[in-house]
Design a protein around this ligand. Structure first.
Ligand SMILES: [Fe+2]
Length: 321
């Protein structure tokens, strides 16, 4: 049985089945191994790894959290939602998801089938998300956490858009800028839609070459979205630079610090936060505190000033739950 854990939960005797990068979107690059020494644990903790998958049939388990293990993820999730938000907030968030679904699906399928960017549909979705995030951004982001298999791309796009809009507003940006951040968040991974079928549908581990191909998605997205002349610079920057790291160890261009465009640095934070807190059938979600803890302890990954702003304005402020 495989279990997703934080890297600082690793102990000698655990069997590491997979090492995850970028909030778990990149995996399958490393051969499984048994942790034989503390040195191996320290090496992993010193790197850019935030989460790993262990196989408890082949090695040691983490200490079980009884309350969490007694509830299945979905039930626990529903209880958490009802505790944090009013019935009206949840209803409105779910309505926003229903309203934007046809537009976002249109954007995704045009990229996939026609290699083109349906900018009108994307604009419609962003307008709707901007309205919904005015009343309760936290509820929208929270409802979108639970993703069934065919909803992962759609709901991740929507949630990153909502986070970008809300974070942008919290930083004092006007609605014109915020709209661009929201659009960038919505289409940040659109380049993935142009990857070959065998990679998009592969259920097993990706090979090294396949992973290299996946890492072309920022450039692919940038080129795809550039087809529409009126698309603004921040939207292009978000597509192209959302996987760059502040210390220059990201991709595709390995640029560092403020050479990474501002909108790209915002998107890196919202994208990883959303990925870490996502609930999928085979992966438990990390709590907000765990996700923030991992991001704050991921040296060189993010713009630390922007990350601090995200924590104070989005988390401590109570916007996100
Ligand atoms: Fe991406």
């Amino acid at each position: 049985m495989r279990k997703r854990i934080r890297v600082n939960q690793l102990r000698v005797g655990m069997y590491v089945a997979d090492i995850e990068l970028n909030g778990g979107r990149e995996s399958g690059q490393f051969a499984p191994f048994l942790i034989a020494s503390d040195k191996q644990v320290k090496k992993l903790m010193a790197g850019h790894v935030m989460t790993v998958v262990i196989d408890i049939a082949k090695g040691a388990d983490v200490e079980l959290d009884r309350s969490a293990s007694e509830l299945n993820h979905r039930t626990a999730f529903e209880i958490q939602l009802k505790t944090a938000f009013s019935a009206l907030d949840l209803k409105e968030a779910r309505q926003c998801i229903e309203d934007t679904k046809p537009h976002i699906r249109h954007v995704l399928s045009d990229a996939r089938i026609k290699a083109s960017f349906a900018s009108d549909a994307a604009d419609s979705a962003v307008e709707r998300i901007m309205t919904a995030t005015f009343s309760n951004a936290g509820a929208l982001v929270a409802v979108a956490k639970l993703k069934e298999k065919d909803e992962v791309t759609f709901l991740h796009s929507l949630a990153v858009s909502a986070l970008m809009i809300s974070f942008g507003r919290s930083l004092g940006h006007g609605e014109t800028d915020v709209r661009q951040f929201g659009l960038g968040g919505l289409v940040h991974d659109l380049g993935k839609m142009t990857l070959p079928d065998e990679i998009l549908t592969k259920t097993g581990k990706l090979t090294h070459d396949e992973m290299d191909l996946v890492r072309t998605h920022p450039q692919r997205g940038y080129e795809l979205v550039s087809q529409v002349p009126q698309v603004s610079r921040p939207v292009l920057d978000i597509c192209r630079y959302h996987h760059e790291r502040y210390d220059g160890s990201g991709y595709p261009d390995r640029i560092a610090g403020r050479r990474i465009p501002y909108a790209g640095r915002l998107a890196a934070i919202c994208d990883v936060y959303e990925a870490l807190t996502t609930i999928r059938p085979y992966k438990r979600a990390f709590s907000q505190a765990e996700a923030i803890n991992m991001m704050m302890n991921s040296p060189g990954h993010f713009d630390s000033k922007l990350l601090s702003a995200f924590v104070s304005r989005m988390v401590i402020s109570g916007t996100l739950h």
